[in-house]
Design a protein around this ligand. Structure first.
Ligand SMILES: [Zn+2]
Length: 214
């Protein structure tokens, strides 16, 4: 189906179901959660959380990256708006398996023909691609999984360099969670600060996984 046909179907068949919600949302929004995830087409934040329009504030880019304060463009403005203007109290940084950006971090020579992607990912290559830390046996999937997980933690640290985030954290008004979405299984692995590792949803403590009142 072409885009115009899809939009016509939306107006005719889908919008009426949500008309009341959109009437409420027409002049304001009050999402409680900022989700920072990859642009990858296989991630659907609303689908996996069963949320509706108005529930999630989103930043999406290649590799779910948060450049540090002073080095970010749109991400920095969006984070500031989310916390200072919307009063968002939860941030979820969500990486995912088979991430093209993280594969490129693992094998940066693949970026020779993608200079803009290479520039975007270079800080992660510098921070996360440390071949001498990986023995021959950790090549491949386990190395990629480790980079995907460490990238989520790096972005959480970068988040904390943003004044709006630091202020909210110091006031005890913000909860930040990191996770990895496993595309093939639908499983989520959340970072447990207490256990200092990523754990499947069934093993992580509930108070470590928050999304506001949702
Ligand atoms: Zn990705």
């Amino acid at each position: 189906m072409k885009l115009m046909e899809r939009l016509e179907v939306f107006q005719r068949e889908v919008f009426p179901e949500y008309e009341q919600l959109f009437n409420t949302l027409a002049k304001s929004q009050s999402p409680e959660t900022l989700v920072i995830t990859c642009s990858d087409s296989r991630i659907d934040p609303a689908l996996v959380t069963q949320t509706k329009p108005g529930d999630l504030f989103l930043i999406r880019n290649a590799g779910n990256i948060v450049p540090p304060h002073g080095k970010a463009g749109g991400e920095e403005a969006t984070i500031e708006y989310a916390l200072k203007a919307l009063g968002i109290r939860n941030i979820v940084v969500c990486g995912h398996t088979d991430c093209g950006a993280m594969k490129a971090v693992a094998h940066p020579s693949n970026l020779d023909t993608l200079p803009s992607v290479g520039k975007w990912l270079q800080p992660m290559v510098d921070a996360l691609n440390k071949p001498d830390q990986h023995g021959a046996e950790s090549e491949g999937d386990s190395q990629l999984r480790e980079i995907i997980e460490q990238n989520v933690l790096l972005q959480i640290e970068n988040l904390k360099t943003h004044p709006a985030v630091a202020d909210a954290l110091s006031e005890g008004k913000l909860h930040i969670t990191g996770c990895v979405y496993e595309i093939e299984s639908g499983d989520f692995y959340f970072f447990s600060p207490k256990k200092e590792q990523f754990l499947p949803l069934s093993e992580v403590e509930r108070d470590e996984v928050r999304m506001g009142s949702l």
